[in-house]
Design a protein around this ligand. Sequence first.
Ligand code: ATP
Length: 423
Amino acid sequence: MTNNNNKITLHVGIDDTDSREGMCTTYIICILLRKFKKLNYKIEGYPHLIRLNPFARYKTRGNGALSFTIKLNNREEVNEIEQIVLETVEENADFNGENTNPGVVFYEGEITDDMIQYSQDAIYNILTIDYAQKFANKINARIHKFKKGRGIIGSIAAISCPLPDKTFELLAYRLPKNYKTERRLNEESVRLMNKETYPDTFDNVDGKYTAIEPHTPCPVLYGIRGNNPDIVQKAHDIVESYEEIEDYTIFKTNQHTDMHIQENIDIRNMKQYCCYKFDAEIIENPRTIEGGHIFITVSDKTGSIECAAYEPTKEFRNKVKQLRIGDKLTIYGGIGDKNTLNIEKFKLNKLASDYKLTNPVCCGKHMKSKGKGQGYKCYICGKKITSDKKNKIILERFITEGFYEVPTSARRHLSKPISRMLN
Ligand code: ATP
């Protein structure tokens, strides 16, 4: 398909080129942009980094898929770009990874409503390679599968995903000789960057922990996330690194937009591996299990569900521990392997009064129960009461109404930070 200027609009999607041992699909985009520059090709705007369903089984880390759009003059240019993309994926993908199954998709023309629906589906649900392949045929996309080619699922979604809300991430890459060595950033400069650019950048630091730095053997030295390209560029200019930066690329993303969250679904209709925002009331007080995981049970008018704040959510668990039966919440989270909903954040809308029931007091001590229906007896003066009625003692609450979220280190890529919600 051509546009008014007779240019061909080519969309390119790439996914699943990395493994836990190395590589990152964003870095393949960085390499491609360098190659294009040398040949005087320029992509439209920024490349897209699209995070898909956080529960996808074969993800390496954050289930990210990549795409970019390029306008070309003729079929020779289309062929040249496609060849460069395929060669670059072949040369750089980590084919040794057991679950590395790259997929590349080329699509020409406008993004259709069906494609937008597909991308939403890949964020909300779990899709199969077969479904993606049939969808690609339907939209006349050209697909290239390496090994099992599972990456085509994400590649089509990355091409198709609209970004009504968006953020940007600047990813700085290491020299290959430094891979698998300790990353060396000037931590003071990261704190200064945070001071100068937060809340327009976010997730930079988490207490003493430098959150912009990954802890995996991938080519990324650091990633700075923010609301616009200028602020992530400014932040990058402030950060100092003791190791040389090979290159960097700014991506437009759906990170931190809550695009994975489905609304207006009753508890009764919630499904495993999907993420929701819903109103509910606590029906069982928090309980802690071995390993430091905290569970609460909540219900709406259609059913109940167990919700968890797992150990990696650290101090967030102290907030969850303060919830009590009757508290009314809006909960954001996703249903994982054990059919338990992992809480990403919650808004405490209405605090219930918390109380405990105690035996009546006589002679400064609690009276002794004489058994069901028998009332109480003071074991000091011998006084008897015939009623079983207990005293209601109102307890102080140690949490106030408002928003609470997991710390940066435990936040999903797609989760919108409260700092973005309040802006
Ligand atoms: P990184 O974030 O480090 O780049 P990753 O976590 O994105 O890695 P991938 O290597 O991209 O992981 O693997 C994820 C795989 O899951 C890809 O093959 C992708 O096509 C597939 N996938 C993405 N979304 C879904 C989905 N909704 N259902 C099923 N498979 C999916």
